[in-house]
Design a protein around this ligand. Structure first.
Ligand SMILES: C=C(O[C@H]1C=CC=C(C(=O)O)[C@@H]1O)C(=O)O
Length: 436
C-alpha cells in the first residue's frame, strides 16, 4: 500500500454488517494475527483490524499536526447503513519524541503511522460488527462486499482465551545505570529550576520460542481490565503492544476527557499513597500542566477536586479526571499538540525535562509514552502508550518509567519500575521470569 501524503487522498468505500461472534480477537482464528487491536474491557469496547486499505504517515515533526488532522475528515462513502459508534476507523500512533536517534528496532513503526484497515471488527454493547474498506478505484464496491462476505462466513463465534502454556522468560536490564540516572536527576532538581523528570528504562526479554502475540493480548486484557490493551503491527511484522491505564484524550464532538495519572505505590498501599508528599507533588505538577495546556484550546475546563486512587493489579496510582469543552473548530490534532508530552511522561518545566532526557536517558523510547489509539470524524480516543513492549519473534523490549522529584530515591524508583513491568512480563510469559 503506498503511503499517502496528508492532503491528497483517494476516498474509500465501505460497508458494514452484524456478525454472529462476541469477540474481535477471536478473528485471529480465521483471519490471522490482527494488524491492530484495541480493547477497554471496563467500557466493553473492543476492535481488531486486518490489512491496510489506507496508510497515513508523518516523516518529519512539522507534518504531525496535518497528518493527525486529516484523519478526522470524513473520506469514506458508506454503502448502506453508516455506523455511529464504530471506533476509528484510523488506528495508530506516534513516537514519544519526533527528534533524536532512531533505534533500528523502531524504524518500521516510523515517526507516526496511522492505518485504515481493510477489515475492522468491533464490539458495541453485546453485538459484534464488521466493516470493510477499499479504495474508490474501480471495483471498490465489489471488494467491500466480498471482504464482508469472507469475514461473515468464517468468523469464529466464541471468545478467544490465551491458549499457550506458560513459558519461562530470561530478562536483562541494567539496574546500576538506571539508579545512576535517577541520582543525576535528583541532583539536577536540587540545584536548578527542574522540578520533575520522568525517567524510562528498557528491559529485554527472551522467550523459548516466538511470542504468540494473540495470546499476549488475551492475557493483557484479562489481567488489566481497567487499562486499554493495544497492538500496532508495523509492515515488517514487529508488534508494539501493551496495556496502559492512562488516557491522553477522549474527544466526542466538543467534549474532551483527559486525566492526570502520576504518583505510584504497591498494591494495598492506598493510605500511604494518599499521604505521600512526594507523590502528591509529582501528581500536582501534571494537573497544573494539563489545566494550563488546555487554556488555548478549551472554552471551559473542570477537574476533580481531589485525586483518587486508581488500583491496578500490580500497582496503584493517583488519578485526577479532567474535562473540557473544546473551542469551536478545535480538532484532535490541536488537543494532542497542546497536551503531549504531559509531565506524567516528560516532566516539568516541559522543555527543561525533555532536554534532560535527550542528554542523559540514552534510550530510544520509540512509541513508548507516545499517543496511540484511534481517530475518526469528530471522535478520537488516544492513550499514552505505557506498560508496553516492542515484540519481534522471541524477543521483546519492555519499557517502563517513573517520575522523579525532590526526595525521590534511586532504589524506590527502581522498585516502582519493576512493579510496572509485571503486567507485561506476566502477559508475555504467563510463567517464571529468570533475571540475568
Ligand atoms: C511513566 C510511567 O508511568 C507514569 C504514569 C503513572 C504513574 C507514574 C509515576 O508515578 O511515576 C508515571 O508518571 C510508566 O508506566 O512507564
Amino acid at each position: 500500500m503506498t503511503p499517502l501524503s496528508p492532503a491528497e487522498g483517494p476516498h474509500w468505500v465501505a460497508g458494514m454488517m452484524l456478525l454472529a461472534g462476541v469477540d474481535p480477537l477471536a478473528g485471529a482464528g480465521s483471519l490471522g494475527v490482527p494488524s491492530l487491536y484495541w480493547e477497554r474491557p471496563v467500557d466493553r469496547e473492543a476492535a481488531a483490524g486486518w490489512g491496510e486499505a489506507g496508510v497515513r504517515e508523518a516523516h518529519v515533526a512539522t507534518e504531525l499536526p496535518s497528518v493527525l488532522g486529516a484523519l478526522g475528515h470524513d473520506s469514506v462513502r458508506w454503502l448502506g447503513p453508516v455506523p455511529t459508534r464504530m471506533p476509528g476507523p484510523w488506528f495508530g500512533g506516534m513516537r514519544f519524541s519526533p527528534t533524536g536517534q532512531v533505534d533500528g528496532a523502531w524504524r518500521s513503526h516510523g515517526l507516526a503511522r496511522w492505518t485504515l484497515p481493510e477489515v475492522l471488527v468491533w464490539r458495541e454493547d453485546n453485538a459484534l460488527y464488521v466493516a470493510a474498506f477499499a479504495t474508490e478505484a474501480q471495483g471498490g464496491e465489489d471488494t467491500v462486499r466480498s471482504r464482508l462476505e469472507r469475514v461473515r462466513a468464517s468468523f469464529p463465534e466464541g471468545y478467544r482465551h490465551a491458549q499457550g502454556a506458560p513459558v519461562a522468560l530470561r530478562t536483562s536490564s541494567s539496574r546500576r545505570d538506571f539508579e545512576a540516572l535517577v541520582d543525576r536527576a535528583v541532583e539536577a532538581i536540587s540545584t536548578g529550576p527542574l522540578h520533575k523528570v520522568v525517567l524510562a528504562r528498557a528491559m529485554d526479554a527472551e522467550g523459548p520460542e516466538p511470542f504468540d502475540v494473540v495470546d499476549v493480548l488475551a492475557r493483557l486484557r484479562e489481567q488489566n481490565p481497567r487499562c486499554a490493551t493495544f497492538l500496532f503491527r508495523a509492515p515488517d511484522g514487529t508488534g508494539f503492544l501493551g496495556a496502559t491505564p492512562e488516557t491522553l484524550c477522549r474527544v466526542d464532538g466538543r467534549v474532551l476527557e483527559t486525566e492526570a495519572l502520576a504518583g505510584s505505590a504497591a498494591p494495598g498501599a492506598e493510605v500511604a499513597l494518599d499521604a505521600s508528599d512526594k507523590d502528591q507533588r509529582e501528581h500536582a505538577a501534571v494537573v497544573r500542566y494539563i489545566l494550563q495546556a488546555l487554556q488555548p484550546v478549551a472554552a471551559s475546563v473542570s477537574a476533580d477536586a481531589q485525586p483518587s486512587v486508581l488500583a491496578l493489579k500490580n500497582v496503584m496510582h493517583l488519578r485526577t479526571g479532567i474535562r473540557a469543552r473544546l473551542g469551536e473548530g478545535v480538532d484532535t490534532a490541536q488537543v494532542v499538540t497542546a497536551l503531549h508530552p504531559t509531565p506524567a511522561v516528560g516532566g516539568a518545566p516541559r522543555e527543561l525535562a525533555l532536554s534532560f532526557l535527550v542528554e542523559h536517558e540514552a534510550l530510544d523510547r520509540g512509541w513508548y509514552a507516545g499517543p496511540v489509539g484511534w481517530v475518526g470524524p469528530g471522535r478520537a480516543h488516544l492513550v499514552v502508550a505505557l506498560r508496553s513492549a516492542l515484540v519481534r519473534g522471541a524477543h521483546a523490549r519492555l519499557f517502563v518509567g517513573a517520575g522523579v522529584v525532590a526526595g525521590s530515591s534511586a532504589e524506590s524508583e527502581w522498585r516502582e519500575t519493576e512493579m510496572k513491568s509485571l503486567a507485561m512480563l506476566r502477559a508475555l510469559g504467563g510463567g517464571d521470569v529468570v533475571r540475568r
